[in-house]
Design a protein around this ligand. Structure first.
Ligand SMILES: [Zn+2]
Length: 424
């Protein structure tokens, strides 16, 4: 079915726009603290340089431009009614260390092409269109994430200003070093009535679109996640003297549970994933039966109730295996984040655009976190994913094709113009 897919042609202007987006991704990738690699972190000279560059492009697209009090670069293209809640498009401009060049910037630069298209053609929607290039989504420098989007939602925890980077510089000091004031962070907060919706385009960072042989997909939800420390406790013993039938081997129990996790999660379906990522075997000697195994469990999924049900089943299985083998089992959750559901009507708008272009709509959850997590606390959110090569991300090999970006730009333009009340 995927091979028979016929893609509709994109307009010449969308194809040209895609070329511009790719070139601008290269321009931003060169703004880095490490020569030959891309690393651009919050409140660095490169952060402000990237903001200035994106601000220039925003101005060229007919936008009023400002940098807000936490360091987001913002632009506004006025609509017919200045008092109507605006449509906000955005993504982030910061990066991980030795990053790829599309994670984040692709969403900002395609949004710029949407506004540029409107500007070139004299199109004004009933509401303004704003673009935001968020200053810190990845949390690379200070170990706290979504600082940019939480500036807009006004939900910076009080202790964030005191958080330190690896050199011991606090967020507050770093802000002052680049001319921002920690005293005015509240000014970046936007009123709930400022926006009607938030849309974000992003590379998929996974292999599903490539597997389905389509350039674009619509995000249903950003996965919730839970992380647990787990432990099987049996009895250590002499590897030579204790007969096989009389052992309480913690590692074989952990191995059985790990395989059960794979089977039970696969069977559960519903886009759930579960991973045992660490395993510590004690006492850890070649000639000793493992008496204790500590292992981690990471479960994720787009719906919190499914996630909760799976977690319950997996832990019950751990207890069952331990009991049958004469061991004990314990598990403790140390991290949890709820799933973020994308707005249904925004999903529908995006799906219509995608369907029109690629002949089939494709929906998928996001396994990675995004600015939309924070934005969803205040506004309806929708996300469009673009295929990336082999699902590779957070790595210099991150890659998208100009052809796919042309589809992305066209779908984004069509979706935004649908807010005019017209048909796609
Ligand atoms: Zn990202």
């Amino acid at each position: 079915m995927a091979e028979a897919l016929t893609l509709a042609a994109v307009s010449h202007s969308a194809a040209r726009a895609a070329g511009r987006v790719m070139a601008r991704c290269d321009t931003l990738a060169a703004i880095s603290e490490t020569p030959g690699q891309l690393t651009r972190v919050y409140l660095s000279a490169e952060h402000l340089q990237a903001n200035r560059q994106v601000g220039e492009w925003m101005a060229e697209a007919g936008m009023r431009v400002w940098q807000d009090s936490v360091g987001n670069i913002c632009g506004r293209y006025e609509g017919q009614d200045p008092s109507a809640p605006a449509l906000l498009l955005g993504s982030h401009l910061d990066s991980v260390r030795n990053a790829g060049r599309y994670d984040g910037p692709l969403g900002v630069l395609t949004a710029l092409e949407v506004v540029s298209h409107m500007h070139q053609n004299g199109i004004r929607l009933p509401m303004a269109v704003e673009i935001v290039g968020f200053c810190d989504e990845e949390g690379t420098r200070f170990g706290i994430t979504l600082l940019g989007s939480r500036g807009l939602t006004g939900t910076w925890p009080a202790d964030w200003l005191e958080r330190q980077d690896a050199q011991g510089i606090t967020v507050a000091q770093a802000m002052e070093n680049v001319g921002l004031s920690p005293l005015t962070i509240g000014a970046s907060q936007r009123a709930a009535s400022d926006f009607c919706a938030y849309l974000e385009l992003h590379i998929e960072q996974g292999p599903c679109l490539q597997g389905a042989n389509v350039p674009l997909g619509v995000v249903t939800a950003i996965n919730g996640a839970r992380r647990l420390n787990c432990e099987f406790t049996g009895h250590a013993g002499h590897a030579g003297t204790v007969p096989m039938g009389q052992r309480q081997d913690a590692l074989t129990a952990a191995a059985e549970w790990t395989l059960a996790i794979e089977t039970l999660t696969t069977t559960a379906g519903r886009n759930l994933v579960a991973t045992v990522g660490t395993l510590e075997c004690l006492p850890g000697a070649v000639n000793v039966i493992p008496g204790q195994v500590k292992l981690s469990l990471d479960v994720r999924g787009p719906r919190d109730d499914d996630l909760g049900a799976l977690q319950k089943v997996l832990l019950a299985q751990g207890h069952e295996i331990a009991a049958r083998r004469g061991l004990t089992f314990a598990a403790e959750q140390f991290y949890g984040i709820c799933a973020t559901e994308c707005d249904e009507s925004l999903q529908h708008r995006l799906s219509q655009s995608v369907l029109h272009l690629q002949g089939q709509a494709m929906s998928l959850p996001s396994g990675a976190g995004h600015d939309a997590i924070a934005m969803a606390e205040c506004w309806p959110v929708g996300m469009l994913f673009v295929r990336c090569k082999d699902g590779i991300s957070h790595h210099p090999d991150e890659s998208v094709t100009t052809g796919d970006v042309a589809y992305a730009v066209q779908a984004y333009i069509n979706t935004v113009l649908s807010f005019d009340g017209g048909h796609l």
